[in-house]
Design a protein around this ligand. Structure first.
Ligand SMILES: *Cc1c(COP(=O)(O)O)cnc(C)c1O
Length: 430
């Protein structure tokens, strides 16, 4: 594969942008090598500036649940853009968006639009703190909630110790307020709440982890957290930036039948435009400014073109059987990859939840962060590059979930599995 144009662009980009990118994982640091630069995308495919075509299992990290460049989304964007790009006063599409989300995710009795998933989680945490008058928050190891200071924190030694910043620039004093628990560990959560539940403003979780590979919740785990939060007056926040409208029409909360107090969204609800939202219980959301005292604002929030793109996408995901078909695609892909790995003699397993999946170079099933971290990263990296050379683009890190879309058909899945039959042999060769 020729990559000379991408190579030249990356050289220019590195002069002016940290690592040559505007978001770290795009730099391919985890898998090695250099990223390719996209020229365009269509359906299940990405095309790079050198004219190479890839079957894309990243989908812009989640938004493209109906495939790239869907004509209905494109049409909505173009039609809306003709009337102006931003108004700074309310527009009708914001109302339709709030009504649409509230109808599909009934725990969201009220909503506020923002411009990214990061903004949504930051705002939800502020609301939880403001509403409870408490300062501490709880997150889970391996869960990513955007790049806000309070979330860039890992566990100290032992669950009850103060959090440790994972990035310079996060004040220790703030990290101290973030407690970290192991995902899918019932007893650790119980112990933490027994110790200091009365101090915890909010607990935030990816109900299906998609940022430490893909880890589904153990049966009853989310219910357990719901009960702990209810008992201790803690706000339960589901970060559905990734899972929303992807693992089920009503998100993970519908799939697992657990109702959070607040929910954060992003990715799919923007249809590819920069959008986030948070919503939840009316009595909580009414405390957000200007109806309440908890401040939060945004110059471009509810942007008409972004709303139009998101509404068109949300229309598509409401097609009957959309999510069953998406899950069938994930299953076909993952079953095929497992069979190919078995034939190649490579220890390998997978997880799938709706339109997201996880690939693990591991002999055992994986549902904890520790297990995900223990997988054979070198084998994944060899596999990644062997797939890329064969025109299949997987997430460029062993610790990211993959995504299918409704545009991925039998042909793309078969082509991917055929490529994997060769790539597993490369991965094994190491
Ligand atoms: C992507 C993501 C975010 C951050 O969203 P941005 O739009 O990148 O700021 C937050 N939470 C989860 C679960 C995500 O997957």
């Amino acid at each position: 594969m020729d990559h000379h144009r991408s190579h030249a662009l990356f050289a220019r980009a590195r002069e002016l942008m940290p690592g040559g990118v505007n978001s770290p994982v795009r730099a391919f640091k985890s898998v090695g090598g250099e990223p390719f630069f996209a020229q365009r995308a269509d359906g299940p495919f990405l095309f790079d500036v050198d004219g190479n075509r890839y079957i894309d299992f990243v989908g812009s990290w989640g938004p493209m649940v109906a495939g790239h460049n869907h004509p209905a989304v494109l049409e909505a964007v173009v039609r809306t853009a003709r009337d102006g790009l931003s108004f700074g006063v309310p527009n009708p599409l914001e109302v339709t968006m709030a009504e649409t989300i509230a109808r599909l995710v009934p725990s969201c009795q009220m909503l506020r639009m923002v411009n990214s998933g990061t903004e949504a989680t930051l705002s939800a945490i502020r609301l939880a703190r403001g509403a409870t008058g408490r300062a501490r928050i709880v997150k889970f190891e391996g869960c990513y909630h955007g790049h806000g200071d309070s979330f860039l924190v890992k566990a100290g030694s032992g669950a009850l110790t103060f959090g440790v910043p994972t990035s310079p620039g996060v004040p220790k004093a703030l990290a101290d307020l973030t407690l970290t628990l192991p995902y899918n560990d019932f007893d650790a959560a119980t112990a933490l709440f027994d110790e200091c539940g009365g101090d915890i403003a909010g607990l935030i979780i990816e109900p299906v982890v998609g940022n430490a590979n893909c880890l589904p919740p153990r049966p009853g785990f989310l219910q357990h957290l719901r009960e702990l939060c209810t008992r201790h007056g803690t706000i339960l926040i589901f970060d559905e930036v990734m899972t929303g409208f992807r693992v089920a029409l009503g998100g993970a909360q519908a799939r697992y039948g657990v109702t959070p107090d607040l929910t954060t969204f992003g990715k799919v609800i923007g249809g590819g435009m920069p959008v986030g939202a948070y919503g939840g219980r009316r009595d909580l959301m009414e405390q957000v400014s200007p109806s309440g005292p908890i401040y939060q604002a945004g110059t471009l929030s509810g942007n008409p073109v972004a709303m139009a793109a998101g509404l068109a996408m949300l229309e598509l995901v409401q097609a009957p059987g959309f999510h069953n078909a998406l899950e069938a695609t994930s299953n076909a892909l993952c079953d095929g990859l497992e069979a190919a790995a078995r034939d190649a003699g490579v220890p390998f397993t997978s997880n799938r939840v709706g339109g997201m999946f996880g690939l693990f170079f591991s002999a055992e099933k994986v549902d904890t962060y520790a297990q995900a971290m223990a997988c054979d990263v070198a084998a994944f990296n060899r596999f990644f590059h062997a797939m890329l050379e064969r025109g299949v683009y997987l997430a460029p890190s062993a610790y990211e979930a993959g995504f299918v879309s409704s545009a991925h058909g039998d042909t793309e899945i078969a082509t991917t599995i055929a490529a994997a039959r060769e790539a597993f042999r490369v991965a094994k060769g190491g």
